[in-house]
Design a protein around this ligand. Structure first.
Ligand code: NAD
Length: 370
C-alpha cells in the first residue's frame, strides 16, 4: 500500500515568472516578498519587484535560516497585515517564508515553540508562492522548513502540511546567475534527494520514477552547465530535476546522507548541498548490497553500465564543481571523525535501507581521509 499527494500547483518554464503578478493578485492585495540581501541586489530581482507593484520586501534571510529570521519575518507580516507571502530565492528564503507564514496564524510569537518545543500547528497559514532561484532543494514542493536555532545549537527540519506552497513558479532562467559552487552543490542536493527518496524504507512507485528521472537529468546535464553556465537547455533540465527530486523525497523522506549532513553543515559549515554530497559515494556503496539490485537498476536507468561507473561520475562532478572530496578539503581533521559519527545519528538515519552502525560511518568517513 502507498499514497502520493502534492497540494502545490506548479507552473514551470522559461520566463514563467512573468505570470507572478497575475497569480499573486488572486491571493490578496497586501503582499510581502521574502528573499536574501544578495539576491535583492540582482537585476532579475529588481525586475520582479517592479512587476509586482506595491509590495513590501523582507531580505534579512541568512543562508541556513535561523529561528530569529523567522520570528522577525513573522513580526513584519503581522505588523503589515500581509495577505500573501512570496518567497524568491534558494531553499533558505523559501524555508524562512514557509515557517513565518504558518507562525503568524498560530498564536505563538516564536517558531521555537514548534521547532524545538514540540507544539503542533493548527489549520491556518498565510498563502505562499515559492519562486526558486536555485535548482536544488525542491523546497517549492515539500512540507519541510529546515531551520537553525544557533542559541540552542540545534538545526533540523520542521514538517507541516501547512508548509506546502499554494503555488510554485519555477523559471529556470532565474538560476543562470548562480555561481559554479552554488550550481554544483544545489544540483548534488537534488541528486541526494533522488537517491534518498529511492532508497528510503518508505519508498514507493511514483516517487521511485520521479527519483530516477531526476537523477538521469542531473547526470546528463550538470557537467555541461558547470562548464557553460548559460546552457539554457541544461539549466531547464536541472530545475526540472530539482523539482521532481523534491517530489520524490517529500513523502519517503531522506536517510543516511542527510543525517550525516547535519554535523557537516552545523559544525564544519559546509553548505547544505555540499554536505549531502560529501558522503554520497560511500553511502551508495554501503546501501547497494542491501537493496536487492535496485541501485544497479537506478544506475542503468541513468545510462551507466554499472553502479561503479555512476559513483565515478559523482566524484567527477564534485571535482568539476570544486566541492570538497576529502576530509582535508572540507577542513576536517582525522581526529574529528569520532564527533562526526556521534552527531550523524539523526532520526533520518532510521529511514536507511541498511541499519547503519558506527563501523559503517567510520569506514565512510575514514575513506574520505585518503
Ligand atoms: P541558499 O538559499 O542558502 O542560497 C545559497 C547562496 O546562493 C546564497 O548566498 C544566495 O544568495 C545565493 N543564490 C541563490 N540563488 C542564486 C542565483 N540565482 N544567483 C546567484 N546567487 C544565488 O541555498 P539552497 O541550497 O537553495 O538552500 C539551502 C537551504 O535549504 C538549507 O538551509 C537547507 O537545509 C534547506 N533545504 C530545505 C529543503 C526543504 O525541503 N525545505 C530541502 C533541502 C534543503
Amino acid at each position: 500500500m502507498w499514497m502520493f499527494k502534492l497540494p502545490t500547483q506548479i507552473i514551470f518554464g522559461s520566463n514563467s515568472v512573468a505570470n507572478l503578478g497575475d497569480c499573486a493578485d488572486r491571493f490578496g492585495a497586501k503582499k510581502m516578498l521574502v528573499t536574501d540581501s544578495f539576491l535583492l541586489g540582482l537585476p532579475q530581482t529588481r525586475k520582479i519587484i517592479a512587476q509586482l507593484g506595491d509590495i513590501s520586501v523582507f531580505s534579512d534571510v541568512q543562508p541556513n535560516p535561523t529561528v530569529v529570521n523567522v520570528d522577525a519575518l513573522c513580526e513584519r507580516l503581522k505588523h503589515e497585515s500581509t495577505e500573501l507571502v512570496i518567497a524568491l530565492g534558494g531553499g533558505s528564503s523559501i524555508d524562512c517564508a514557509k515557517a513565518a507564514a504558518a507562525l503568524v496564524k498560530s498564536g505563538e510569537s516564536s517558531i521555537r515553540a514548534f521547532h524545538s518545543g514540540g507544539q503542533k500547528f493548527g489549520l491556518e497559514c498565510l498563502p505562499l508562492i515559492a519562486v526558486p532561484t536555485t535548482a536544488g532543494t525542491g523546497s517549492e514542493v515539500t512540507p519541510f522548513a529546515v531551520l537553525d536555532d544557533t542559541e540552542k545549537q540545534f538545526k533540523g527540519p520542521l514538517a507541516s502540511d501547512l508548509f506546502y506552497p499554494k503555488l510554485a513558479i519555477i523559471d529556470p532562467e532565474l538560476t543562470c546567475s548562480a555561481p559554479l559552487k552554488v550550481t554544483a552543490a544545489t544540483a548534488l542536493d537534488a541528486l541526494s534527494h533522488s537517491i534518498e527518496g529511492y532508497w528510503s524504507k518508505n519508498h514507493q512507485p511514483i516517487c521511485d520514477l520521479l527519483a530516477m528521472e531526476a537523477a538521469k537529468n542531473i547526470f546528463t546535464h550538470l557537467g555541461n552547465v558547470l562548464m557553460n553556465p548559460c546552457d539554457k537547455t541544461g539549466r531547464e533540465a536541472l530545475s526540472y530535476a530539482a523539482l521532481i527530486a523534491g517530489m520524490a523525497f517529500q513523502l519517503p523522506k531522506n536517510a543516511i546522507m542527510h543525517a550525516c549532513s547535519f554535523p557537516l553543515s552545523n559544525r564544519f559549515h559546509l553548505p547544505h548541498g555540499t554536505a549531502c554530497a560529501f558522503t554520497m559515494e560511500g553511502a551508495i556503496r554501503l546501501n547497494a548490497p542491501h537493496m536487492g539490485g535496485r541501485m544497479e537498476t537506478f544506475a542503468r536507468y541513468c545510462g551507466f553500465e554499472n553502479l561503479e561507473t555512476m559513483i565515478g561520475k559523482i566524484s567527477e562532478l564534485k571535482r568539476l564543481g570544486r566541492l570538497p572530496c576529502t576530509l582535508k578539503e572540507a577542513g576536517i581533521d582525522q581526529e574529528q571523525i569520532d564527533v562526526l559519527i556521534q552527531e550523524s545519528f539523526h532520526p533520518l538515519m532510521n529511514n536507511n535501507p541498511k541499519t547503519v552502525t558506527r563501523d559503517d560511518l567510520w569506514k565512510i568517513y575514514s575513506e574520505l581521509g585518503e
